[in-house]
Design a protein around this ligand. Structure first.
Ligand SMILES: *[C@@H]1O[C@H](CO)[C@@H](O)[C@H](O)[C@H]1NC(C)=O
Ligand SMILES: *[C@@H]1O[C@H](CO)[C@@H](O)[C@H](O)[C@H]1NC(C)=O
Ligand SMILES: *[C@@H]1O[C@H](CO)[C@@H](O)[C@H](O)[C@H]1NC(C)=O
Ligand SMILES: *[C@@H]1O[C@H](CO)[C@@H](O)[C@H](O)[C@H]1NC(C)=O
Length: 961
């Protein structure tokens, strides 16, 4: 900029001397053309700005008719970027400069101060930065709007000199924190003062209340403290007060009611208390009243019922009580009412929708009682209707079930009776229907099947009877189905298997009978299923093992047959107890303490075992325990042989008897050797199959995964596709895969330290955790590098989609290896993949979007970091119902001692290092995916948190680092 100044001045002197006054137009043309040259104009608005034409013909330029001098430039909303040229200072008659709503950057040139004719200067809504130049010379300014830019530095003190200002708008800039300048009181003609969100602190200075012409006062979104002074009543022309999101305390002064023109009042999100002065009820012209999130109490002024222009009233999260003014809405075009989370009682007001304009009716969590007024049956304008957590009784008016525009109907936690009206079929915009915990009865209407947008259906805790309508199967957006604790009968309709987005099903505590439909295994997104306390019969379909379930409860039914081992592994035996006909396979390393029997073919051996134990114990009583153990092992391998034989007989018929072997990396393996899997070497079981440890002759130890039948081939392909091709120190090595008929085996390197989840919960002597912070840090960095490799070094990138502590394996010396690529995806493949992952690790955006990106892995990795830091699991009852570790940690962030989330057994002396990693974890688990770091950034941040670089702590950093 400075470089330009000199030539411009030379130019102007030169031009002026060559062409005296009469030809100053040429100079202005040059200035405008330079102004144009500094701008980028993608839409070519400035095409007409040519040297050959008079500037008065330029688009957006106006001139004085007599002198021919430029008086105005008007280029708002023109997609311009680039910078403002100081050449503009040549335009000595310029009175109006309008450049708002473009993308202009750089600073405001200080030469602007020479445009002393300026009356209107609007540069708002651009990307201007830096400190504002002193513009106090612009004494003719009436309108100064520099809002919504990135200006920094001190709030401009020279503003107080511009006493002719009518409009002053400097809000939404990054000024240095500071108090409101008392000299603002000089601007006696000010009608609009907009200082929102520009880092103001302290109290409102008394001089502001001398601005008696003021019509709009906006100090919102700052940190202004103190009380709202009664002197505000001196501003007799005010019609709009915006003070929301500040730190105001104290009460609303009754004098506020002297502002008879007041139409909009927003003092929400402060810390104000007291009653709303009854005098406010005398103000007739209110259109908007926002008082939410304060500590106001008492009754609302009755006068609010007389308002004729009221459009919006939002007062949620206060302590208001008593009856709600009965006439609110009766005489006004009320559109939005939110009175939730207060203590209003008595009858619900009946006129809110009197003028058929109400779209938002939110009154949840109050003490309203009695019947819900019939007057709302015709209120078809409603979009959000929420009256849950009150004490309503009687029937909900039929018309309120059929709301064509409603996206949410929430009447939960009341005492409504009657059924869901058939009119529900017209609520076709509905996303969420909450009717749980009422006294509703009758059958669930088949019309529910018409709600093609429905995602959440909560109807538990009522007395719904009859069958679950098969039309539920039409709800292909449904993610949550809660019908537990009713008196439903009949069988579970197999059509439920068509609700392909279902994540949770809860049908517990009904009287459902029939079999578990095998179609449930089509629900690829399903995470949690509860069918407990019904009368369900028949076997548990083996195919359910192929789902990525994290919570299962089939207890207290009449199920029979064998519990699929994959489900048992996930859910534990309690999930199947209370089903006398169920049995489980002989056990493999896990001591179930259950009422479930061993499946029949094993009974015989159990008896033999018993006899042998007795016999031996008589002979060698001193060695009973040891020997019993030995016998148990031999019993197990005996049993295993037996079951293998049986399996082979079952499968032998159609089996292709040849092994197909595909090797990816050495060692070369012998198929026959690999099939000799012993149950006692079982080391894990999960969504895709069981994993065994296997000692090979002369070739060390490998891990062999036997995939579940059914989706085995699919998983196999995914793993081979991905793992077969990539090599990285922190990715589990896949040696080879073997298939024969329906049997699929994958052979991996063996990880002696198991998975991270197990290791985190192991203890060494003295109750100390096996993993100290150095080990945990090493695991974090290793795992992060593995994922970084998938995201950034594989082309195309690979998204793992199921990062969790059980999928991070630990080699010797705790080197982390990412495993289980069964549901991983190549990032470019754009098929609408199904919802997948594990409860507690799933990024929040996946609940509403199926677009899976690398950032969902980043979220899951953040959860793993939180596990490493806290030693808690992602979901624990102590976090509260439906809450997870991310929520739990976030609850501690506001407190004084954030460090209390860290596992105290590991945090002593390394707290600072752990806090660095905690910051990374919090960034990774940010709600908005775009705000999460990339894995490359995560790795770099983790490296910065290396405990070994802290010189002070050399002692701790022994060989583990
Ligand atoms: C304020 O407005 C009045 C009336 O328009 C005008 O006469 C007066 O000069 C203005 N004050 C200043 C300081 O410009
Ligand atoms: C204002 O309140 C917020 C939130 O309660 C608090 O974080 C902040 O420190 C307060 N600021 C001042 C200046 O009191
Ligand atoms: C302002 O309000 C107060 C209290 O409501 C009242 O006593 C006073 O008379 C009012 N003043 C004017 C000028 O209206
Ligand atoms: C209230 O609003 C009406 C209609 O907009 C207007 O005519 C009237 O002057 C206003 N009253 C006050 C006291 O501002």
């Amino acid at each position: 900029m400075a470089k330009f100044l000199l030539p411009l001045h030379l130019l102007s002197t030169l031009l002026l001397s060559l062409f005296p006054i009469s030809n100053s137009q040429a100079l202005e043309t040059q200035a405008l053309l330079h102004f144009k040259s500094q701008l980028i104009d993608p839409m070519n608005y400035l095409e007409s700005w040519k040297e050959s034409d008079s500037p008065c013909q330029f688009f957006g330029v106006t001139c004085n008719f007599n002198s021919g001098k430029v008086t105005g430039i008007s280029l708002a909303y023109k997609n311009l970027s680039g910078e403002i040229s100081p050449s503009i200072s040549v335009l000595s008659s310029l009175d109006t400069l309008l450049l708002q709503a473009n993308s202009i950057s750089g600073t405001v040139p200080s030469e602007l101060k020479k445009c002393v004719s300026l009356q209107v200067l609007n540069l708002s809504m651009n990307s201007l930065t830096g400190q504002l130049p002193d513009l106090s010379t612009l004494r003719n300014l009436r309108v100064l709007d520099l809002s919504t830019n990135g200006f920094s530095g001190k709030f401009p003190a020279w503003i107080g000199d511009l006493s002719g200002l009518v409009v002053l708008s400097l809000g939404q800039n990054n000024f240095k924190e500071g108090e409101i300048l008392p000299t603002i009181g000089n601007l006696k003609n000010l009608t609009l003062l907009y200082l929102a969100k520009c880092n103001l602190i302290g109290q409102i200075p008394a001089s502001v209340f001398e601005l008696t012409s003021l019509e709009t006062l906006d100090f919102s979104q700052n940190q202004i403290s103190g009380k709202l002074p009664k002197e505000i009543s001196k501003l007799q022309n005010l019609y709009k007060i915006e003070l929301y999101q500040n730190n105001l305390t104290g009460e609303i002064p009754p004098e506020l009611a002297n502002l008879t023109h007041l139409r909009e009042l927003d003092i929400s999100q402060n810390q104000m208390t007291g009653k709303i002065p009854a005098e406010l009820g005398n103000l007739k012209n209110f259109t908007v009243i926002q008082l939410f999130c304060n500590n106001f109490w008492g009754e609302l002024p009755k006068g609010f019922g007389d308002l004729q222009f009221l459009i919006a009233l939002s007062i949620y999260e206060n302590i208001f009580s008593g009856e709600f003014p009965a006439n609110v809405g009766r005489f006004s075009p009320l559109n939005s009412l939110d009175i939730s989370q207060n203590n209003f009682s008595g009858e619900f007001p009946r006129f809110l929708c009197q003028n058929n304009n109400l779209q938002f009716l939110l009154a949840l969590d109050n003490n309203f009682s009695g019947e819900f007024p019939d007057s709302y049956a015709k209120c078809k304008s409603l979009q959000r209707f929420r009256i849950s957590q009150n004490r309503f009784t009687g029937r909900l008016p039929d018309g309120l079930w059929g709301l064509p525009y409603a996206t949410i109907i929430d009447i939960a936690d009341n005492a409504f009776i009657g059924g869901i009206s058939l009119e529900i079929g017209t609520s076709t915009s509905l996303n969420q229907l909450y009717v749980q915990n009422n006294r509703l009865s009758d059958e669930i209407p088949v019309e529910l099947g018409k709600l093609s947008q429905l995602q959440k259906l909560y109807a538990s805790g009522n007395s719904f009877s009859g069958q679950i309508p098969s039309e539920i199967g039409n709800l292909d957006q449904l993610t949550s189905l809660h019908l537990e604790d009713n008196v439903l009968t009949g069988s579970i309709p197999s059509e439920v298997g068509s609700c392909s987005r279902l994540v949770e099903i809860d049908l517990a505590q009904n009287a459902l009978s029939g079999n578990i439909p095998g179609t449930l295994s089509q629900l690829a997104s399903l995470n949690s299923i509860n069918l407990s306390q019904n009368l369900i019969t028949g076997p548990i379909p083996d195919s359910l093992q192929s789902l990525k379930l994290s919570s299962v409860d089939f207890s207290k039914n009449r199920l029979t047959g064998r519990v699929p081992p994959g489900l048992l592994m996930i859910a534990g035996d309690e999930a199947f107890s209370g089903n006398p006909g169920l049995c489980i396979d002989g056990k493999s390393g896990n001591e179930w303490d259950s009422d479930l029997g061993i499946c029949k073919m094993d009974r015989r051996h159990k008896d033999i075992l018993g006899n042998r134990v007795v016999l031996i114990s008589i002979i060698l009583s001193a060695m009973v325990i040891l020997l019993a153990g030995l016998v148990f092992v031999s019993y197990r391998s005996f049993k295993l042989e037996e079951s293998h034989k049986q399996k082979d007989q079952e499968e032998g018929i159609d089996n292709d008897s040849k092994w197909k072997v595909e090797s990816f990396q050495p060692p070369e393996l012998d198929a026959e050797e690999i099939c000799k899997l012993e149950e006692e070497n079982l080391i894990g079981s999960g969504g895709t199959g069981r994993v065994y440890r296997l000692e090979l002759k002369n070739k060390g130890t490998v891990a062999v995964k036997q995939l579940w039948k059914g989706n085995g081939a699919k998983v196999l392909m995914a793993e081979i596709d991905i793992l077969g091709k990539i090599r990285h120190r922190n990715i589990l090595k896949l040696y080879s895969c073997l298939t024969r008929g329906e049997l699929n085996f994958l052979v991996y390197e063996y990880m002696p330290n198991g998975n991270l989840y197990q290791a985190l919960h192991r203890e060494i002597k003295g109750g100390q955790p096996e993993l100290d912070w150095n080990k945990r840090y090493k695991i974090a960095v290793g795992a992060a590098k593995g994922i970084m490799y998938l995201h950034h070094d594989c082309s195309p990138a690979i998204i793992h989609r199921d990062i969790k502590s059980t999928n991070i394996l630990l080699a010797d010396e705790y080197e982390a290896k990412i495993a289980d690529f069964g549901i991983a995806k190549i990032a470019e493949e754009s098929d609408l993949s199904c919802f997948a992952g594990t409860h507690g690790y799933i990024a929040p955006e996946l609940a509403y979007s199926l677009k899976i990106t690398e950032k969902s892995d980043v979220y899951s990795f953040g959860v793993v970091l939180l596990e490493l830091l806290t030693s808690h699991s992602p979901i624990e009852p102590q976090f509260g119902e439906g809450k997870d570790i991310v929520y739990w940690v976030s609850m501690h962030l506001d407190g004084q001692n954030v460090a209390e989330v860290l596992d105290p057994r590991v945090s002593s002396s390394v707290e600072d290092d752990m806090m660095k990693v905690l910051k990374v974890a919090i960034l990774c688990t940010t709600k908005l995916p775009t705000l999460r770091p990339t894995m490359r950034e995560v790795v770099n941040m983790l490296i910065d948190a290396d405990p070994c670089t802290s010189i002070i702590r050399e002692k701790n950093c022994s060989k583990n680092c």
